[in-house]
Ligand binder design. Sequence first.
Ligand SMILES: [Zn+2]
Length: 151
Amino acid sequence: MQLTPNFTLAELTASSTARRLGLDNTPPPETVVRLQELADMLQRIRRHLGVPMVITSGYRAPAVNKAVGGVTSSDHQQGSAADFVAPRFGTPAEIARSLAPHVSVLGIGQLIYEHVGGKAWVHVSTRIPVKPANRVITITSRGTQLGIQDG
Ligand SMILES: [Zn+2]
């Protein structure tokens, strides 16, 4: 199902972990509504970046989320979050720095630059965190920092 010009339901629910472990990653109807909102946000980000985005993780059914070690409060489990890279734009840090000043206008609830275990990606959620300071953060193996911190 095409959710927006550049994003499909299939790419927001694809999970190599689910496939490998034989887990069902089909979202329930109420989650599909949130995935539409997520796709709308991703489309605004796509227009801002001007290049294709590769979604590395979107919706995670509870069992899939558990298998990847995600926290139970994960916005991925709610269908509200996606991880992505966009190599034609730049590194995940460069993408996050480009998006950070525009979270409000792009309707990004939370923007996280994640750099863990030698891998880096951008996490975006439609949900605004309870603590406003957590809206734009960096997560590395050393912990969580406010803002986009690279290095
Ligand atoms: Zn994520």
